[in-house]
Design a binder for this molecule. Sequence first.
Ligand code: PLP
Length: 394
Amino acid sequence: MLKPNANYGNLKESYLFYHIAQKTRAYLEEHPGAHLYRMGIGDVSLPLAPAVIRALHEAVDDQAGKASFHGYMPECGAPFLRETIAGYYQKRGVSLAADEVFVSSGASDELGDLLDLFDRSDRALIMEPAYPAYVDANVMAGREILHLPSGPENQFLPLPDNAPEAELIYLCSPNNPTGAAYNREQLEQWVRRANETGAVILFDAAYEAFIEEDLPHSIFEIPGARTCAVEVCSLSKTAGFTGTRLGYTVIPKDLERGGLNLNAMWVRNRTTKTNGVSYILQKGGAAVFTEEGQKQVRENIRVYKENARVLMEALDEAGIRYWGGRNAPYIWMACPAGMGSWEFFDLLLNQIQVVGTPGEGFGACGKGFFRFSTFGDPADTREAADSLLKLLKK
Ligand code: PLP
């Protein structure tokens, strides 16, 4: 008889989003037609940039002509897009060869697939609160997980000093859910730790485009990272590709462990396990990095940042402590008056029809905190912020 992967039995029920959906549905059944302010989910609300749409249309037309048609694309990504992304890094002083950049169909897929490169016995250290997929992908692989909790005492930016040793280190900066972002000196500490212990850092840069302070956008801005880090990034939040799907991963050729080269291993993996990302999407993705595309995606990010500003203003006025909002599309607040995350969730839903995300869904240390996404509609966000202020000042 076939033996299924028994590790799936160790997964915790995805209680968080199921429970949010259930509570929201129950509220709507009791209050038919009520308008909900949905600030829970990290999905974008603005459409793709016009430069991207034009490139997608042109690529569809290419597929209609015999001379311009493309069949299978190179498994690791089209050279035109790999070069374009390397050029994007170069603008921040990071030199990458085009074949150190791998085109992916999104960061989530990649964060799961990359685990193929590592032995089951490698322990995964995960900074928490965290994007839930880090934990679950490692549980599925049967890997031991070491939780690295953070809190207000370290501004939700844990450092290696107090961290147990592990072979795989997950860092997400700017962070989902806390919005906290590491500075250079802090990332230098992590790079030093990884090089000293032979660990590999999996650096999730999905929100790099939201950074407005003088902070690193990439782990490869840190000297020494080429020998200890892999970076995963995505156009989902940068350019509204959540439903279109495109991302990229950087694996430097200097990254070797146990006599094996991780860049070469990933080439072998991709050429075996994928047939590449569609030509049409890669053309659309390349348009993000043109001067026109950058201007347009930055305009969308500006709208989300204005949402964040409106919410932060309300929280400031209410005297609530919060993190994030400046370098990330998330605001992470301490629940008022020692309330639990779910208690606060119920209060917001029932009193002001705002749906956010209870912090404990991102790890045990998220208890007593609450996440707002700032990807919503600006008018909705303004109304929600007004109601939130009134409620919190009561
Ligand atoms: N990494 C982080 C930290 C995220 O918050 C998300 C999505 O919310 C992802 C990765 C997944 O991105 P993608 O849409 O490219 O799969």
